[in-house]
Design a binder for this molecule. Structure first.
Ligand code: AMP
Length: 218
């Protein structure tokens, strides 16, 4: 199964797509995670991406498309993949379609995670990431008061791009560049919309239902 998760920053794409990847056993590919790993590793790609990410802007298409094509060419993607945060522009979506056609594949479903803007901003303000195991938490919904990871005990940090001034720029980029993809995928009849205003478990159950995945332990 080849899937795309769409949605504004903070909608819950990462949490849902990682969980789905564990359950159905196909790789989770987050362009944001790949960029962050390169930033931590001090690579040339990381240094370039950081200039855009720190301002809430999108990394240029040629860099991002090349990176995703390379990842999708790895052997583990032959059994399927879940894209989280890619495509984010029409140009990326068209490049992805051409690349998949060339390699004899296609997208099966696009899950658009829908959330109101006020909830998005609230969720991003309370999002923290573990510096050890990199898991992401919401301080409010996970009831965390000591700022420590409940799984590995390391400190939790706010992502630099979750600071209010950067969030505003990320939402502008989402509305301008990424929202038009909803129509693009409606036209291909592959889009399913899932409301994420509810509890994480309910959102996830709706995603499984939309994908007609039954009998999986959540
Ligand atoms: P995310 O973790 O998906 O929220 O991505 C974090 C940041 O990485 C975004 O705000 C962008 O600056 C950059 N980024 C991630 N995916 C893409 C993409 N498909 N195209 C361009 N920039 C991206």
């Amino acid at each position: 199964m080849n899937l795309i998760f769409l949605g504004a920053p903070g909608a819950g794409k990462g949490t849902a797509s990682k969980k789905l990847s564990e359950i159905i056993g196909i790789p989770h590919i987050s362009t944001g995670d790949i960029f962050r790993a390169n930033i931590s590793g001090g690579t040339e790609l990381g240094r370039l991406a950081e200039q855009y990410i720190s301002k809430g802007h999108l990394v240029p298409d040629d860099v991002t498309i090349g990176m995703v094509k390379a990842r999708l060419s790895e052997p583990d993607c032959s059994k399927g993949f879940i894209l989280d945060g890619f495509p984010r522009t029409l140009n990326q979506a068209e490049a992805l379609d051409s690349f998949l056609t060339e390699t004899g594949r296609k997208i099966d479903r696009v899950i658009d995670i829908v959330l109101s803007e006020s909830t998005l901003v609230d969720r991003l303000a309370y999002r923290r990431v573990c510096i050890g195991c990199k898991l992401s938490y919401n301080l409010k919904s996970h009831n965390i008061t000591d700022n420590l990871c409940p799984v590995c005990g390391s400190s939790l940090m706010m992502r630099d791009d979750d600071k209010p001034e950067v969030i505003a720029a990320r939402l502008v980029a989402y509305h301008k560049d990424t929202e038009p993809l909803i129509d693009y995928y409606v036209r291909t009849r592959k889009l399913v919309r899932v409301n994420s205003e509810e509890k994480i478990a309910d959102t996830f159950a709706n995603i499984l239902a939309a994908l007609e995945i039954k009998g999986m332990k959540q």
